[in-house]
Design a protein around this ligand. Structure first.
Ligand SMILES: *Cc1c(COP(=O)(O)O)cnc(C)c1O
Length: 438
């Protein structure tokens, strides 16, 4: 049988060549980017189906929470029998996976990604100029938590909180800012925070000050639903997440909330921010949500955490400085400018570029005090993707050793090439037949 990519190559040689090349790149390099993963073949194939042809503005109900048979079609276009059933399936799976009681919560599966999900939530509850609290980007927060270059930082009054000297969320500062500024909403969650987030404590602060608590669990959602991280519900009023990071689904966003907030969330997503939902993505999301409810995914999440600890241990022993001293989740943040034993380099950008030459793909990351975002002092590593390939603790020790060698030999192109061939042979040794559409 002709391969899928072979079919595209015959149809369009230029794009087909790039599809094949990206598959080869992913199968021969180590992805240590903590926000990336490998989706199952079923997830990828669902994306490549005729649902991409269909417009489905609206929802598979007339209003949030309405389950009556006669109002199961709240779409603005006809032709929806399959989209309605599919979206209801995705919603049910999202509620069962993410909430303590599906009847008490609402899910919106239409956000096109994590950033629009966050913008929709802010838009649902804030007027322009209203105050909210979010974690500052240089302390691990996300752009959409109120950074000045993002809409969330320009249309609202975003007050930013930070981490304390132990590289931990400064809960005292958050409490103090919440009492002082009386924000309508507090958003928590991070893109580069190696510790656990204390949702219960943040929920108490939000209730003390009359704010809604929004937990953005894009990076850690898979740990929350398997018990490897405190769950944001019932402490948070709203939870946002992406489905393409640790969850291993398509690139998309998801919003969950207390049921009574559902109508406001739905209106804010459509028509407030978006038009037609991407139904092929929702099909793939439904598959990923079912996969994430399986015992195999539970075991996966535990291995992600053990692998992160093993990787952290190997790197710390060699002299790397780990922000926060280690990791309590799936990611680590290294200060590569102040590392020891010949591991210090001029900046995180340079090291990330040189590591890629050795087949080790990471991202540079700001650490507190950095002033140049393009040349930050840190790099960020995570274990979700390599764990999907089947790697375990001894493999993390090997990866740590390659990172150490490549860092010491960062200016030696020959050494980076030698590591690259070893890394490629190593990665190709992990059977990935169920992971790649070829
Ligand atoms: C990745 C991420 C997002 C945004 O996701 P996109 O899909 O890239 O828009 C939002 N919040 C946090 C905490 C994230 O890590």
């Amino acid at each position: 049988m002709e391969s899928w990519i072979g079919y595209v190559e015959r149809h369009d040689a230029e794009v087909g060549r790039l599809l094949a090349a990206e598959g080869r790149r992913q199968r021969s390099t180590l992805s240590l980017i903590p926000s990336e993963n490998y989706t199952s073949k079923a997830v990828q194939l669902a994306l490549a189906t005729s649902y991409t042809n269909k417009y489905a503005e609206g929802y598979p109900y007339l209003w949030a929470g309405d389950t009556r048979e006669e109002t199961k079609n709240g779409r603005y276009y006809r032709g929806q029998p399959n989209t309605n059933e599919l979206e209801r399936l995705a919603i049910r799976r999202a509620l069962e996976l993410f909430t303590p009681n599906p009847d008490a919560y609402h899910a919106n599966v239409q956000p096109l990604s994590g950033s629009p999900a966050n913008l929709a939530v802010l838009n649902a509850f804030l007027e322009p100029g209203d105050t909210f609290l979010g974690l500052s980007l240089d302390y691990g927060g996300h752009l959409t938590h109120g950074h000045p270059v993002n809409l969330t930082g320009s249309i609202y009054n975003a007050v930013q909180y930070r981490l304390n000297a132990d590289y931990e969320l400064d809960y005292e500062q958050i409490r103090e800012l919440a009492h002082r500024h009386k924000p309508k909403l507090i958003i928590c969650g991070a893109t580069a925070y190696p510790r656990q987030i204390r949702f219960q404590l943040l929920g108490e602060i939000a209730r003390e000050t009359g704010a809604l608590l929004v937990a953005d669990i894009a990076h850690i959602c898979g740990l929350c639903v398997t018990g490897y991280h405190e769950h944001p519900f019932p402490h948070a009023d709203v939870v946002t997440t992406t489905t393409h990071k640790i969850l291993r689904g398509p690139r998309a966003g998801l919003i969950l909330c207390r049921r009574e907030l559902g109508a406001a969330i739905d209106r804010a997503v459509f028509p407030g921010l978006q038009g037609g939902p991407h139904m092929n993505t929702i099909a793939a999301m439904a598959i990923a949500l079912r996969e994430a409810a399986s015992p195999a995914y539970h075991a996966y999440a535990g291995q992600v955490v053990r692998n992160a600890k093993a990787l952290a241990e190997g790197l710390r022993e060699a002299g790397f400085v780990l922000m926060g001293g280690g990791t309590e989740n799936h990611l680590l943040l290294l200060d590569v400018v102040n590392s020891m034993n010949g591991l210090a380099v001029r900046d995180g950008h340079y090291l990330a570029v040189q590591l890629e030459k050795a087949g080790i793909v990471v991202n540079k990351n700001a650490i507190p005090g950095d002033t140049k975002p393009w040349y930050p002092s840190g790099i960020r590593l995570g274990t979700p993707a390599v764990t999907t390939l089947g790697m375990q603790e001894p493999d993390m020790a090997r990866i740590a050793a390659w990172i150490v060698r490549a860092t010491r030999g960062a200016s030696d192109e020959g050494e980076l090439q030698r590591i690259r061939s070893e890394v490629a042979a190593f990665v190709e040794g992990f059977p990935a037949g169920e992971l790649f559409v070829e």
